[in-house]
Design a protein around this ligand. Structure first.
Ligand code: NAP
Length: 285
């Protein structure tokens, strides 16, 4: 039976490190990391995410500002707010909570955020930096996966890594981060032929497909390390991953549960990116 990778415990330990590093930064430079979150409209899931981000900021000692705007807010108003936050010395990270109402151009907003303050690491400048391996901000979920592996003592160097999913926020950056850690990486997607044949070759398997329990026990080999990024509801409304835990765990050496695996790491890595951005700003004072 696989060893569980405890994302809650690892996340709590990393947050404690961030809290200590924040205190040190304030003590030594007077700079307190600051995160601004912009949320437009009333999407209930987004409201919860934003509250969790505020709580995380409090926990690690950051300044947190949330801009709750009406669903009919105009593009120009948002652009003005981003320009203002780009100039604001107290703010080191700016995040626009997705999804946005249809009338807004999310891509234009993303391009408006200064890359140094883009703590989601979605701006094309930061995406390019990741591509060439010269980055200190990486998208939170894939970065969290790398920390889970590292803190569990799992090296991907020289290993056959398969990433299932090629989204811009998870699959693609995940593949790049594994590559920079010297994994031999293959990316699978919905047009991949014979997915099971590919996933059986994986020594490290990261799954981010938005498809409940897509990966089953007959699709993996003995000893595989399985990271399940998925967050779905099953028929009974219960939270479940993209991996069928019950059939895969007996064959895996390590596996992340859902919930309690990758999920808790994402906001923690947002805190880490905000700390990194604040440290950079402190050096420039
Ligand atoms: P997404 O944008 O919907 O992308 C899904 C990817 O999976 C696409 O590349 C798609 O291929 C591929 N795919 C779909 N069905 C497939 C199949 N049958 N076989 C192979 N590949 C398939 O999803 P995402 O934003 O990357 O998120 C993925 C999952 O992670 C979701 O469950 C999401 O809720 C979860 N998530 C969790 C966190 C967290 O904090 N834990 C953060 C972000 C996302 P094509 O490109 O060919 O369409």
């Amino acid at each position: 039976m696989a060893q569980l990778i405890d994302g809650k415990a690892i996340s709590a330990a990393v947050r404690e490190e961030i809290r200590e590093d924040c205190e040190k930064l304030v003590r030594e430079t007077g700079v307190r990391p600051g995160l601004a979150v912009i949320i437009v409209g009333e999407d209930p899931a987004s409201q919860i995410y934003v509250r969790n981000k505020e709580k995380a900021c409090q926990e690690v000692g950051f300044l947190s500002r949330t801009y709750r705007l009406a669903a009919d807010t105009k593009q120009e108003q948002l652009e003005e707010l981003i320009d203002e936050l780009n100039r604001d010395k107290e703010i080191h990270g700016i995040l626009v909570q997705l999804p946005l109402p249809d009338h807004l151009d999310g891509n234009a907003l993303l391009l408006r955020i200064k890359p140094e303050k883009d703590v989601d690491a979605f701006h094309p400048f930061n995406v390019g930096q990741i591509m060439i391996g010269n980055y200190d901000l990486a998208p939170c979920t894939p970065a969290g996966v790398m920390v889970l592996l590292e803190k569990s003592g799992i090296s991907v160097a020289g290993k056959r890594c398969v990433v299932v999913g090629r989204s811009n926020i998870v699959g693609k950056p995940q593949a790049m981060l594994l590559l920079h850690a010297n994994g031999t990486v293959t990316i699978a997607h919905s047009k991949t032929k014979d997915l099971a044949d590919l996933t059986r070759q994986a020594q490290v398997l990261v799954v981010a497909v938005r498809h409940p329990k897509l990966i089953t026990g007959n699709m993996v080999s003995e000893g595989v390390v399985v990271i399940d990024v998925g967050m779905n509801r099953d028929e009974a409304g219960k939270l479940c991953g993209d991996v069928d835990f019950d059939s895969v765990a007996p064959k895996a050496s390590y596996i992340t549960p859902v919930p309690g695996g990758v999920g808790p790491m994402t906001i923690t890595m947002l805190m880490k990116n905000t700390l990194t951005a604040a440290r950079r700003a402190a050096k420039e004072i």
